[in-house]
Design a protein around this ligand. Structure first.
Ligand code: ADP
Ligand code: MG
Length: 601
């Protein structure tokens, strides 16, 4: 077997045309690059073994083509790639990689051990590099063809970057966010993922996209609609996995988009699909979906961002209508009706019976309010930022009620007194209560107000260790994704402290046994709490805040007396001006302001 070198260093004029940038900023980035290399090498089985969130080690093993002896000299050189040769190839990229930068960048900041055996070659090789310098090169023993790359001690020589790493669980969560889309994209790929020697995924090849998604995300396959449509002249193929009405998530954490076999982020596609779902889902819940789009290569630009996570589609407008129609048609014709909650037999744990009848619904005690004393605060340090704070919600935190409506914002106590005198005059758009006081019109955001009231009551109960809980006669069973399951294991004691009693319910599911009386939609609440990053370091306050937000219900018409009562409760709050997330609860419109609008002054 002649070993012809396939890897070439790209000439500078080509390099200058490639979107450049940092490749390795955290362990998940390493996993992404190595996984993509394995896929480009035609692997049908990939193993990802992670230790301590990837901080100690990451091993990626594939059974792909392997690397020829002659290429081992070059692969760790900057811009060395076998995937493109010149600038022309940039318009026809079929491989996931093409920049020839990943191995170079990874090796520069870690200790890399590579073992490989090329297809049809009888010899295997092992290489060891530290900080980018080759320290060992020797023959190795490797049964089949393929490549195993081990990355140890990431950022050992760049302590500043190391310092920015988050907790092990948060880093591992990011790794799952890389692996899961590829598992969804390639149902026939055998995917193994372990963390600290524990198997998180062992996904055998699946027969269809839907079957893979069900296995990977722990969803019920019966509630996944598979659909496919084509625009023949344009050369567009669209495959869809659409959760039906029975799959509801508080976050958009199970929405995936693939363009030409590449996981991507695409705001417009996500927007349009979510828009169609508004036809069947209530406010505040989000669907599961996966969009697999194939377009002619010349209609997609993947070279706009170094991580290739974003793509630009040419003639997007034409495609949008087609996408919306296909989604709508599939949902309307193939979706199932909302299923009644599955009934499971309630196994009363022995310990609960010993505690007495109060906590044992099965002994015939009505599911009335009982007082449950949770553990004291777990003493977890308050972490720098609200874990769920996306750039958007962080902006909300600092949101200040727009004062341009009022001539001036009066001092809070006086305002409180005035609001207590205010007369309810109606509800606008099922959202805003209108109150009149003196020469002002007050608009109260009914939901923000309720969130504030619930939050403060809930906080008082938590702080006094007396959360009023409502046991469920039939526990609510929630199927969790592996990521959520890990979060649950870390968080279950804390959840208990918040009055959310959960127990393991077989493989990949938990049962919610009791929830705080104050919180409605407790299943939504549990999911919202398990969905965030940095769970281990999230303080109780943040969790309580998040729980209250997830619990807020869709707008109901309120009677005058209820609206007035809500206002009184609000005024009893310590901090009535904003909701727990910092949005304003009310806005004041002064008569003078309205007069000016009508040119009366
Ligand atoms: P790129 O993927 O952009 O080409 P990389 O730095 O990721 O750049 O990899 C450099 C080269 O090393 C690839 O072009 C490929 O030839 C080879 N290579 C890397 N990983 C593997 C693998 N797992 N199996 C086979 N070849 C690999
Ligand atoms: Mg690569």
């Amino acid at each position: 077997m002649s070993s012809m070198a396939k890897v070439k260093v790209l000439p500078p004029d080509v390099v200058s045309k490639i979107a450049a940038g940092e490749v390795v900023e955290r362990p998940a980035a390493v996993v992404k690059e190595l996984l993509e290399n394995a896929l480009d090498a035609g692997a049908i089985k990939v193993e990802v073994h992670v230790k301590d969130g990837g901080k100690s080690s990451i091993v990626i093993k594939d059974n792909g083509s392997g690397i020829e002896r002659a290429d081992l000299e070059t692969i760790f050189t900057r811009h060395a790639t076998s995937k493109i040769k010149g600038a022309d190839d940039l318009d026809n990229i079929l491989s996931l990689g093409f920049r020839g930068e990943a191995l170079y960048s990874i090796a520069a900041v870690s200790e890399v051990t590579l073992k490989t055996r090329a297809e049809k070659s009888s010899e295997a090789w092992e290489m060891f590099l530290k900080g980018g310098h080759r320290e060992k090169f020797l023959p190795a023993a490797l049964a089949g063809h393929g490549t195993e790359i081990r990355v140890d001690e990431i950022f050992f020589n760049t302590p500043a970057r190391k310092k920015f790493l988050k907790s092990d669980s948060a880093e591992f969560d990011q790794i799952l966010h890389i692996v899961v889309p590829y598992a969804l994209l390639y149902p026939s790929l055998h995917v193994v993922v372990t963390h600290n020697n524990r198997t998180i995924y062992d996904l055998a090849p699946a027969a269809s996209l839907g079957a893979r998604a069900a296995a990977c995300l722990n969803l019920d396959a019966n509630h996944i609609i598979e659909s496919e449509a084509r625009l023949a002249e344009e050369g567009i193929t669209l495959k869809l996995l659409l959760g039906d009405i029975n799959i509801q998530r508080p976050r958009r954490d199970q929405q995936f988009i693939f363009v030409n076999h590449r996981p991507v982020q695409h705001k417009n596609i996500a927007y349009h699909v979510n828009e169609i779902y508004k036809l069947i889902l209530p406010d505040g819940v989000n669907p599961f979906f996966a969009v697999y789009l194939e377009l002619p290569l010349e209609d997609v630009d993947v070279n706009i961002h170094p991580t290739k996570r974003e793509v630009r589609l040419r003639q997007e407008g034409r495609f949008t209508g087609f996408l919306r129609n296909t989604v709508e048609h599939a949902l309307m014709t193939k979706g199932q009706a909302k299923a009644a909650a599955d009934i499971f037999k309630f196994e009363t744990p022995a310990a609960q019976i010993e505690q007495g009848p109060l906590s044992s619904p099965e002994l015939g005690v009505p599911a009335s309010k009982i007082v449950f004393a949770p553990q004291q605060k777990n003493g977890a340090p308050v972490f720098e930022a609200d874990a769920e704070a996306s750039p958007i919600s962080r902006r909300e935190e600092s949101y200040v009620a727009p004062s341009f409506f009022s001539d001036h914002m009066p001092a809070a106590p006086a305002l409180k007194d005035r609001l207590l005198q205010a007369r309810f005059i109606g509800t606008f758009a099922r959202k805003y209560h209108l109150f009149e006081e003196g020469t002002s019109l007050f608009l109260v955001d009914q939901h923000a107000a309720q969130e504030r009231i619930t939050f403060e009551k809930f906080k008082r109960q938590i702080d006094s260790g007396q959360v009023e809980v409502q046991p469920l006669l039939t526990p609510l069973v929630l199927k969790l994704s592996p990521g959520e399951m890990l979060a649950w294991e870390e968080l279950k004691e804390t959840l208990k402290g918040l009055g959310l009693e959960t127990t393991l319910f077989g493989e990949g599911a938990i049962a919610l046994q009791a929830h705080p009386v104050l919180l409605s939609a407790p299943d939504n609440v549990v999911r919202a709490l398990l969905g965030g990053e940095e769970i281990a370091r999230t303080d109780q306050d943040t969790l309580a805040r998040r729980a209250c937000r997830a619990s807020v219900m869709a707008g109901d018409m309120m009677y005058a007396s209820e609206a007035a009562y809500q206002l009184k409760e609000l005024m009893a709050c310590q901090d009535p001006m904003t909701c727990p997330h910092g949005r304003p609860v009310f806005v004041e419109l002064k008569e003078g302001f309205l007069d000016r609008q009508f040119l009366r002054t």
